[in-house]
Design a protein. Structure first.
Lengths: 613, 414
């Protein structure tokens, strides 16, 4: 279950053009085309294989189209398959020559062997040449009535392909009606599933053009159809099950009895080996119970175990995709997951993405009973080799501290971080300690004692330096050296490049000045002088503002700079509960996995147009 | 739905391209993907990536990238699971996966993809059914083709199962010796923290069955203690009701090897071995010692024990020796201590010194030790098979049971 080793990647190589080889092949194919000598099929096979391999590596072999078609009069099924593959790939660019293939494909559609009938029909529909559609209608019509389910299954998808080449031909032949009949009557579930997926696409596309089509589309979501599909769901193979479940998720039941019936029927799908089926089932459950608060909670309890199992089984890719969905649910209802926090512990081998999701989940599920353990765990990551994760976990500790009432233990841990003497740990911690002090001023004594020992020379990151300077200003009466540290910073103004730090320095010096005037006077003079001469507009403006304020009235200035402060009770939350509700529109969609959840973006723009394929 | 599938070699070359719908996907998407992958460096890519024109699904197996593209919204696991199945089926067919084997057998790969997905929607990924439609290129068929001069890989009959009511099985299997093997394979995931406390310990297990039985046999498997299982997942062949009411697995098995059930057992109290790392730094050097031993004797031999760890970048050199097994340090500073079987008479230990970068007094970044082991003959979760009943069989079959536990993600922090 270890992640696959990433190989050393180099830029993609240029592909060969292979002009000479293609003309070689051409003449060889010509020679074989008319030959009936024994063993000719074997030599043809070698040549076909070569052609396909060129096609595969990206050499254009479309010029061989004529020769390939000439050679295709054969009874050898391997040759046929290779030929179908070739023809399918190049017919679109050679519409005239494609006509040549129609003949042998149509003949194969009437072969005795159902496998050949199916393959030929599939290839015929994959030609995708608009002026050949008239030749499709006949074989498709008989394919839909074929006695073998394999051929019917291919024919149903063939109808969909025909629709995309020429919708009018498809509608004129009345194929959708035949599909509907098949869907409700065919004994084979794969045929049924293909009908469903074809009809969904066709009716959705047609709905804008005709009212009848839009009625038909809605009829797929009607009670009889949904129940018909649900009652047979166990006969479907895994992929069609996903299709049916997706349809059911859109169905609106009339009353709560119906909801319970559907959920009872589908409950065992949560135990399916295929993760796609499990997620689709979960989506149905969540959608159905959205308006029933207490049942909705029970659904969470029920789906928890299957989701956690899915995360721990399967490949890293699968488990990441499931984890993203779990993340979505945990963020919505952290309380329900608070006893499962150990599942979100990071393991050494996991990728950065996985660890980041897990850290976020650990942060939100923390409550009074598990905080101690979670924070202990997070502290272990802070000593991790992986620097980005170490940073993230310190931030996580800070976030937990801000949402808890009992922060005693956490503050101790944070202060221990400062003693680790790793610059990135110190930097992250300083920022957090600053936020903490704004919420819990009662901790200032303990924090200041430790922060006072940190030399500002060891702090380089602007955010951290700004935080340190803020604390120097805010708690200057408790920190012996504060005025002198600020003074040396102000005197070395030019060494500091970040405007953020300079702004904080100005304010801190002002604060310090009102608390310890005689000691700070020198620093204030240096800072204001440097600030007034600063090139950065904001820095310049703030320095000027302070200067004039002091000139105007010193006691007013003190009221402006050092007003009595109230502890911050709540930091602004980034997500409103209304947005969290919209999450369900996106559950089991791609956006959850590639981490650009549409509801979390400011403008709700579709990333890509919804073309039907 | 999926629009196209590409197979890329480990140098980014397109080995295979399968267009699935009328919306042709240009190959240039592969170069976009490859550049993106390079720009991410060593970091693992997310399984779904939004490129400027398509959503890409990607999984990497044995150096081969399976890439699928779509432009429409679809359930993410459908794409990912499908690619995983493709990889599994190919590796099953070709006897492993690598660049050469894919290039040599691309016709079969095309054939398989043809039956596995049509118009971008997955059809059959059940290996048993595929094997009946397309014969695997194994030695038997190679020999046969030389003898008969017929090298067709495509079987000339359609699988009976596509029409049968048990889609994972054909009805006409015949064996002279009827045999069925049931294996319990468990993986233990554990985290042991700095204080030596077992923070998390759980088992992910699978019941693997290899069935070679004639006709349509009906099997019932029961456990002594099914109540220890926290969550279970089943192969589609398992009937749900008997499990729900009596915790009995009742099923008509597919032919050959398959995964009948997977399960999870959480909150285990003890790991079978202990690993105790100790690091003490003093003025530029760090003394490292690791002790390994049996903690709660499972009663079976613990073997294939290895301890792996990555030395932090600030370690200049390391000199490590052990009283048991071998220690290997690679140039990328990853260390592997292979112990093998834990001896009865002495406790394996490894010790030595690490020289730190100039200017560093103490080691602040501490390594995590990843432990591997294997115990044959026991399922550490405690799960036990009670009995296996077979119905619908002409003669008494041979039944075999085995159990095995190995370390999954078993890590010890220091």
């Amino acid at each position: 279950m270890a992640p696959p080793a990433q190989s050393h990647r180099s830029p993609s190589p240029s592909q060969p053009s292979g002009k000479g080889e293609v003309s070689d092949l051409k003449s060889q194919l010509r020679q074989l085309a008319g030959s009936r000598a024994p063993g000719v099929d074997d030599s043809k096979r070698e040549l076909f294989k070569k052609v396909i391999s060129y096609m595969t590596i990206g050499i254009d072999v479309s010029s061989l189209f004529g020769e390939m078609v000439m050679c295709s009069a054969t009874s050898d099924i391997v040759l046929k398959k290779m030929c179908y593959l070739y023809v399918g790939n190049y017919a679109k660019v050679n519409p005239d020559l494609a006509l040549l293939t129609i003949n042998f494909l149509q003949r194969d559609c009437k072969d005795q062997d159902p496998m050949i009938r199916g393959l030929a029909l599939r290839s015929l529909c994959s030609l995708r040449v608009a002026n050949l559609v008239e030749y499709l209608v006949g074989p498709l019509g008989s394919g839909l009535k074929d006695s073998n389910s394999y051929v019917r299954m291919v024919a149903v998808i063939g109808v969909l392909k025909l629709y995309h080449i020429s919708s009018s031909t498809c509608m004129d032949a009345d194929f959708p009606a035949i599909l509907k009949h098949l869907m409700l009557n065919d004994p084979d579930t794969q045929v049924l599933a293909n009908c469903l997926s074809a009809l969904q696409e066709i009716w959705t596309a047609e709905a804008s053009k005709s009212e009848e089509a839009s009625r038909e589309r809605d009829a797929l979501l009607s009670k009889p159809v949904i129940y018909y599909l649900l009652n047979r769901i166990k006969e479907f193979s895994e992929w069609p099950q996903c299709l049916v479940l997706e349809l059911v998720a859109k169905y609106v039941p009339s009353d709560s009895n119906e909801i319970f019936d559907i959920m009872n029927l589908l409950e065992d799908r949560l135990q399916h080996a295929n993760g796609a089926v499990v997620l689709a089932t979960i989506k149905v459950f969540l959608q159905l119970t959205l308006s029933m608060t207490d049942v909705h909670q029970q659904v969470y309890e029920r789906i928890k175990a299957p989701l956690l199992t899915l995360v721990s089984s399967g490949s890293p890719e699968q488990s990441y995709a499931v984890l993203s969905h779990l993340h979505l649910l945990v963020m919505r209802a952290p309380v329900l997951f608070s006893s499962d926090y150990k599942h979100f512990y990071c393991q050494y081998n996991e990728s950065f993405y996985v660890k980041k999701l897990k850290l976020e989940m650990l942060t939100v599920v923390a409550n009074e009973s598990n905080t101690y353990e979670i924070v202990t765990e997070l502290c272990e990551y802070a000593a991790n080799v992986d620097i980005p994760i170490a940073r993230e976990s310190i931030r996580a500790v800070g976030k937990i501290a801000l949402q808890q009432y009992d922060v005693n233990a956490i503050v101790d841990r944070l202060l221990q971080f400062l003693e680790m003497e790793k610059d990135y740990v110190t930097a992250e911690t300083l920022v957090l300690v600053k936020d903490l002090l704004r919420k819990y001023p009662q901790w200032s004594q303990d924090c200041i004692a430790v922060v006072g020992n940190i030399s500002s020379k060891n702090v380089q990151e602007p955010k951290a330096k700004a935080a340190l300077i803020w604390m120097l200003g805010e708690y200057s009466q408790d920190m012996q050296d504060a005025p002198y540290i600020l003074e040396s910073l102000a005197e070395n103004w030019d060494d500091e490049h970040s405007p953020e730090v300079r702004l904080h320095l100005l304010t801190a010096v002002m604060k310090c000045f009102f608390k310890r005037p005689p000691e700070t006077q020198k620093a204030l003079g240096a800072a204001l002088a440097a600030g007034l001469g600063d090139f950065h507009q904001d820095v310049h403006d703030r320095a000027l503002f302070y200067y004039r304020l002091l000139q105007f009235n010193v006691s007013t200035a003190e009221r402006v700079v050092n007003p009595p402060k109230q502890a911050v009770s709540v930091f602004a939350d980034s997500q409103s509960s209304e947005i969290k509700d919209r999450i369900f529109d996106e559950f089991n969609s791609l956006s959850v996995v590639y981490q650009k959840i549409i509801v979390f973006q400011c403008s709700r723009s579709r990333p890509m147009t919804r073309t039907s394929s | 739905m999926l629009q196209c599938i590409f197979l890329l070699s480990d140098s980014g070359e397109v080995m295979l391209e399968k267009q699935l719908t009328g919306h042709r996907v240009d190959r240039s998407i592969c170069s976009w993907y490859w550049d993106h992958a390079i720009s991410q460096g060593d970091q693992q890519l997310a399984p779904v990536i939004a490129s400027p024109t398509h959503y890409l699904f990607q999984i990497v197996r044995e150096g081969i990238t399976f890439l699928a593209c779509t432009q429409v919204e679809m359930p993410p696991l459908m794409g990912i699971e499908f690619l995983c199945r493709v990889a599994d089926v190919l590796s099953d067919y070709l006897g492993g996966l690598n660049e050469d084997v894919v290039k040599d057998n691309f016709v079969i790969v095309y054939d398989l993809l043809d039956e596995m997905i049509d118009n971008g929607f997955p059809l059959t990924t059940e290996p048993n059914i595929l094997r009946e439609m397309i014969t695997p290129p194994n030695i038997v068929s190679k020999v046969l083709s030389v003898v008969t001069g017929n090298s067709s890989n495509v079987s000339d009959t359609l699988p009976g199962a596509t029409a049968s009511c048990v889609p994972w099985r054909t009805t006409d299997r015949k064996y002279t010796n009827n045999e069925v093997y049931v294996d319990l394979v468990e993986e233990m995931d554990a985290i042991i923290n700095r204080e030596g406390i077992l923070v998390k310990c759980e088992i992910y297990g699978e019941v693997q069955v290899n069935s070679q039985l004639s006709g349509l046999p009906d099997l019932t498997l029961s456990f002594v203690n099914p109540n220890i299982l926290d969550d279970v997942r089943f192969h589609p062949c398992v009937r749900f009701r008997p499990w729900e009411s009596h915790q009995i697995l009742s099923f008509v098995p597919p032919d050959g090897q398959f995964k009948l059930m997977s399960y999870r057992v959480k909150k285990l109290k003890a790991a079978p071995i202990y690993v105790k790392p100790q690091l003490t730094s003093d003025s530029g050097t760090c003394r490292l010692s690791v002790l390994v031993g049996v903690r709660n004797d499972p009663g079976k031999i613990i073997d294939s024990v290895t301890v792996k760890f990555q030395l932090p970048p600030c370690v200049l050199s390391a000199d490590l020796t052990s009283n048991c097994g071998t220690v290997n340090i690679l140039t990328n500073k990853s260390c592997t201590w292979s112990i093998g079987r834990i001896p009865k008479d002495k406790a394996p230990s490894m010790s030595g010194t690490l020289v730190l970068e100039a200017g560093l007094e103490h080691l602040h970044v501490l390594p995590t030790f990843q432990v591997a082991f294997r115990i044959m003959g026991i399922a550490l979760s405690g799960l036990q098979i009670d009995k296996l009943d077979l119905k619908n069989l002409p003669n008494r079959p041979y039944k075999g049971f085995r159990a095995l536990t190995r370390a999954g993600q078993f890590e010890v922090r220091s």
